[in-house]
Design a protein around this ligand. Structure first.
Ligand code: C2E
Ligand code: MG
Ligand code: MG
Ligand code: MG
Length: 279
């Protein structure tokens, strides 16, 4: 039967592998549809200063409400979007939408915020990425100094000259570079200098266990000490308890992002929140 389907190549396809492939083909099609039919949207998770708990920024997080009305989490479709290259047009949409939103909030009279967007390695190495970003800033009127690009250590694994170039040119435009999920990758620390990273986001896994596990508190302390001596700012994400907040405040100044304070919010809920707390 394998022969009939087109030769020996098919012989190795087990049913489960076929299902997996079928699933990703269908997902890819659905994701293309999503991009063209406004099924994607962004939520914004507030970030607060550890000192006075004022909202100082937000991370834009991608959401997909598919045709069936289901909310598909990014962990279920971002990897596929990366594999298929769809992350490039999707990523453009994310940056443009986040910049538009930030400017709109400001025009409505709210104090400016820093907005962070997640950028995949694949987006960084596309031709013309820096010009594209410059175009989006111009078109939307977003101030470059308020846009933060979050990269992961995966970028450092392909530490090509091209990536370094791109990051330095983004910095020359005025953007800030943040290393997401810091401490979970396999890369060396040299890239912090090579890429001229501005801030570190301490991976959620270290924070989650901080209160229960001395070792994890030690890692967080060490990262914050290192950041201070390298003149980098620190964002701690995944903060869920008051105990974690207290521990962090005792260690030093940082920006805190986590469910303890706020979950990712729809833009209108974010506005309402800021109007309520007058920030
Ligand atoms: P990330 O960039 O590390 O984003 C932080 C994730 O942690 C978000 O999950 C956020 O909702 C979640 N989070 C925040 N505070 C807490 C907390 O206190 N407890 C717990 N358990 N989780 C918390 P989300 O939105 O599901 O996004 C997952 C990942 O998907 C992101 O991780 C990022 O890697 C990727 N992603 C999201 N949006 C985009 C995007 O626009 N482009 C790209 N390339 N990747 C994206
Ligand atoms: Mg992130
Ligand atoms: Mg992260
Ligand atoms: Mg991540």
């Amino acid at each position: 039967q394998a022969k009939e389907l087109g030769g020996d190549r098919f012989r190795f396809f087990t049913p489960s592998l076929k299902d997996g492939m079928l699933r990703s083909i269908l997902m890819e099609r659905a994701l293309r549809h999503a991009l063209d039919h406004d099924e994607l949207f962004l939520c914004y998770q507030p970030q607060v200063s550890s000192k006075d708990l004022a909202i100082v920024g937000a991370e834009a997080l991608l959401r997909w409400r598919n045709a069936d009305g289901h909310l598909v989490p990014p962990s279920d479709f971002v990897p596929l979007a990366e594999d298929t290259g769809l992350i490039v047009p999707i990523g453009d949409w994310v940056i443009r939408t986040a910049c538009r939103q930030a400017v709109e909030w400001e025009r409505e009279g709210r104090p400016p915020l820093k907005i962070a967007v997640n950028v995949s390695p694949r987006q960084l190495v596309q031709d013309g990425f820096v010009d594209k970003v410059a175009g989006i800033l111009k078109e939307t009127g977003m101030a470059s100094g308020r846009l933060i690009i979050e990269i992961t250590e995966g970028v450092a694994l392909q530490n090509t000259k091209e990536t370094t170039d791109t990051l330095l040119r983004l910095k020359a435009l005025g953007l800030h570079i943040s290393m997401d999920d810091f401490g979970t990758g396999y890369s060396s620390l040299g890239y912090l200098r090579t890429f001229q990273v501005d801030s570190l986001k301490i991976a959620q896994s270290f924070v989650g266990e901080m209160a229960e596990n001395e070792g994890h508190a030690g890692i967080v302390k060490a990262i914050m000490a290192m950041a201070r001596s390298l003149n980098l700012s620190v964002v701690v994400e995944g903060v869920e308890t008051e105990e974690q907040v207290k521990l962090l405040q005792a260690i030093g100044d940082c920006t805190i992002q986590g469910y303890y304070f706020y979950k990712p919010l729809l833009p209108e809920d974010f506005s309402a929140l800021r109007d309520k707390v007058k920030q």
